[in-house]
Design a protein around this ligand. Structure first.
Ligand SMILES: [Zn+2]
Length: 466
């Protein structure tokens, strides 16, 4: 039997992760991500899928992030009808994220029609919320560290990857006529000292490894985060202002809630109300509560005093009406709302309301790419366009670095040390050119590995005649 891989995305870029494995006649797609970011990449989402989706036997998902799962509704729309295997928390997270992505696609199409900038008479979304729902019945749950036989020649085990709730490293055992081979997909790897998630599991053996390289050229120190955050919140409180934190619904919001709760217990910030104003962030936080055994805060979620997701200062605001009441608050409050890059969502009305007030603070807790409102605010622009109005920026705007959910350079190397035998072949994926190259150089010089950096649509024979 022969085994091949084709890189349908996630090669030379951090988005559109999708790797096609051909195991004899069995076609397995590992991850099914959406391309995001630059237009050249985004256009790939609209191209015909490189293989007939109806001919793919199954999908394996490492985790729920849209750059790993967001193409699923389109794949199903184009004829895929096989099972999609993922961990239990990923299964629930994917539903929330795909529905949100479908809604955004629908809104974008409606906006394009209103503005008339689409060359189509009636611009269509890439997929709708209805298309997203058609993915749900295909999702099949896996538990960590249990081996599942998915086909006579394929068994799969998911191991904890950290990163976000339910994120998995996947180990595939391929059974040929004569030999068994192991293929490991790192997925996205998390941090080694994350207060909520467990560190990525060591995988001692693998014949072929697909390893992420997002931060192959960067070291992210997170030691100073609490101190910086506390200082800004305290100063804002002393001025009588409100601190507003634009935050991503998955992972980052829960991390911020953990930090704020700990700071209030230590007394480094005042005992003031914290409002979570994002229905999606609230749903995701509920999943962190439901899947307590998937992270190390689990044992504390029953004790209200130690539970960062349920305590006297914390308020969840789900409805639009309750959200609007927050506009009247003057001082004594911390508001967490989405989206994290201020590209849409309820955070916009908070910024509209808070930016003109010099006593208030806006605290970004994630990377803000070029072109986003977040980037412009951090670059010190004097006005910010929201709802068609140029809002004056008087509030203080801050950026807290080091809260990334990705393993940094040191941690990627640390994870590679878990391999007792070096993999015969290592592909470095999920990274921009410089970071992937930097990691490749380090693996060569420090570990005597000889990694390959694949390109988009490139294919390789992994095993022949096994
Ligand atoms: Zn991810």
């Amino acid at each position: 039997m022969n085994v091949r891989v084709k890189f349908l995305g996630g090669a030379g870029t951090v988005t559109g992760s999708r790797f096609l494995l051909e195991i004899g006649f069995l076609k397995v797609l590992v991850d099914c991500g959406l391309f995001q970011g630059m237009k050249d990449y985004r256009l790939r989402n609209w191209e015909p899928f490189p293989v007939d989706p109806a001919g793919i036997d199954m999908v394996l998902l490492t985790h729920a992030h849209i750059d790993h799962s967001g193409y699923l509704p389109k794949l199903v729309k184009e004829g895929f009808s096989g099972p999609i295997y993922c961990t239990e928390p990923t299964l629930e997270l994917v539903k929330i994220l795909l529905l949100d992505a479908g809604k955004l696609q629908e809104e974008e199409a409606a906006y394009a029609q209103k503005k008339g900038y689409s060359k189509h008479e009636k611009p269509e979304p890439l997929f709708s919320m209805k298309d997203a729902e058609r993915v749900f019945p295909l999702l099949q749950p896996l538990r960590f560290e249990e081996e599942y036989s998915l086909h006579e020649s394929l068994r799969v085990t998911a191991y904890n990857a950290g990163h976000i709730l339910g994120a998995a490293i996947l180990k595939l055992k391929i059974k040929g006529e004569n030999q068994e081979k192991k293929i490991v997909f790192s997925g996205d790897l998390g941090r080694y000292h994350d207060p909520i998630l467990n560190p990525p599991a060591d995988i001692p053996f693998g014949d072929v490894l697909f390893m992420e390289s997002t931060y192959g050229n960067r070291v992210n120190e997170n030691a100073k985060v609490s101190g910086q955050l506390a200082k800004i919140i305290k100063e804002t409180y002393m001025k009588g202002g409100v601190s507003v934190i634009p935050s991503f619904a998955v992972g980052r919001t829960q991390m911020i809630l953990y930090l704020l709760h700990r700071m209030q217990k230590l007394g480094t910030i005042p005992d003031i109300p914290i409002y979570v104003d994002s229905p999606m962030a609230i749903d995701v936080t509920q999943l962190y509560k439901n899947f307590g055994h998937y992270h190390h805060l689990g044992p504390f979620l029953d004790e209200s005093d130690a539970n960062p997701f349920l305590h006297k200062n914390l308020h969840y605001y789900k409805t639009q009406d309750s959200s609007m009441t927050l506009n009247h608050l003057r001082g004594d409050a911390i508001i967490i709302s989405a989206s994290g890059m201020a590209t849409g969502g309820r955070i916009l009305h908070h910024l509209y309301n808070r930016l003109p007030n010099e006593d208030d603070s806006v605290i970004f807790v994630g990377y803000q790419p070029e072109g986003t409102r977040g980037r412009k605010l951090l670059d010190g622009e004097k006005t910010c366009r929201i709802y068609g109005v140029d809002v004056p920026v008087k509030a203080s705007v801050h950026f807290i670095e080091g809260l990334s959910a990705h393993a940094d350079q040191k941690e990627l190397l640390e994870w590679s040390e878990g391999f007792i035998h070096k993999p015969k072949v290592t592909f470095l994926v999920h990274g921009e050119a410089e970071s992937t190259q930097a990691l490749a150089d380090l693996l060569r010089s420090q570990r005597q590995w000889n990694p390959i950096i694949p390109t988009y649509m490139e294919s390789f024979e992994l095993f022949s005649g096994i």
